[in-house]
Write a protein that binds this ligand. Structure first.
Ligand code: FES
Length: 166
């Protein structure tokens, strides 16, 4: 995958050199690219003057960081006990079918990533699905399917519907 790394020096240079800046820099890179590209980690190590092994160890330690590309919309299905009892597996199956990927994967167009996560602390709303940072509670199979709609898909569907009406 090709990226535009032109913003990278500015993004890293905003922080003082040294390991104390590492997490903040990685958070910004994650926000910019939706994951931590290898080239960005190397550049971070060089610029902050931190060993590359330290950069990788921090990047792999925290769940907030990903070394694999993520979709624009990261869908996380809670499979904790409360959500499991209220049908989280059915929701996961629906999302996997709609997106044609398995949990842990990203769609080829980089629109969606799908993950399963342990309890996210919102059991009263179970079953819970989180899209980027937005929590969706009391999700069912139909509302799960709607979470996988993109504007492009909705427009295409509306066009087809309009054509068939004529
Ligand atoms: S088990 Fe899903 S929010 Fe707690």
């Amino acid at each position: 995958m090709r990226h535009d790394f032109s913003k990278l020096p500015e993004l890293i240079d905003r922080h003082p050199k040294g390991p104390e800046s590492l997490i903040m820099v990685l958070q910004e890179i994650q926000r910019e690219y939706n994951y931590l590209p290898c080239e960005a980690l190397t550049k971070t190590a060089e610029t902050l003057e931190v060993p590359l092994s330290k950069v990788f160890s921090v990047a792999t330690f925290y769940n907030a960081f990903s070394l694999n590309p993520k979709g624009k919309r990261n869908i996380r299905v809670c499979v904790g006990t409360a959500c499991h009892i209220r049908g989280a597996k059915l929701i996961q199956d629906q999302l996997e079918n709609s997106l044609k990927i398995k949990a842990g994967e990203t769609t080829k167009d980089l629109e969606f990533s799908l993950e399963v996560v342990a309890c996210v602390g919102a059991c009263a709303m179970a079953p819970v699905v989180i899209v980027n940072d937005k929590y969706h509670g009391t999700v069912n199979v139909n509302s799960a399917r709607r979470l996988t709609k993109t504007k492009a898909k909705a427009k295409a569907k509306a066009k087809v519907k309009a054509r068939t009406k004529k």
